[in-house]
Every structure is written in C-alpha cells, then in structure tokens.
Design a protein. Structure first.
Length: 105
C-alpha cells in the first residue's frame, strides 16, 4: 500500500471538532492525533479519520456502516481498538460529533 499524505481537509474538520475539548494535539504518522491522558482517542491517517472506541461501539459502527474498517497504519497491522471512519460519518457533522463524543468517553 502506497503512503499518502494526510488529508488537510480532514485535519481541519478534526481540529474544529476537537476545539475546546480536553484533548491535546500531537503528530503521529505525520498527521494530527488527539490524546487524553496520554491515550490517543482520534486522529487523521492518510485519507481517514480514526477513532478509538469501545468494543460495543466498534460493533455498532461496523453494523451501521458497511464502509467502516479496522484502522491499519500498515497493511495487515491493525490497531485493535481503533477504526477508520467511513466518509458518510466524517462528512456529516452531527453524526461525526456523536461518534467523536463516544471516543472521548
């Protein structure tokens, strides 16, 4: 899988959505990521916004959105608690904010 630079549009979307939250911005994989208590809760990776969700919330996301996928920063190497949001979620601010609040716990 060829590396692609993270989406500036998604980076801006996530920055706006996390403004005023307790999350601290750091760079991971060359892209913005947001941490609470040293745990990454969300970020941008290439052309996806990623979220850390509970097992129940991940199951719900996979059931509700066929396009949801496990987050794999490297092909075949998934990060168990994270998933890549489908565009249908990240493009809808109300739906996105709802899922983001679950990640923030």
């Amino acid at each position: 899988m060829k590396w692609e630079k993270c989406s500036t549009e998604l980076s801006a979307t996530l920055a706006a959505a996390t403004a005023g939250s307790p999350a601290q911005k750091r760079m991971m994989f060359g892209c913005p990521a947001y941490f609470i208590n040293d745990n990454m809760v969300t970020g941008v990776h290439q052309s996806n916004i990623i979220l850390r969700l509970s097992e129940a919330d991940r199951r719900s996301m996979f059931k509700e959105f066929d396009e949801a996928a496990p987050f794999e920063p490297f092909s075949g190497r998934s990060m168990k608690e994270y998933l890549a949001l489908p565009a249908v979620v990240s493009d809808n601010s109300t739906v996105f904010q709802s899922w983001l609040s679950k990640a923030f716990g």
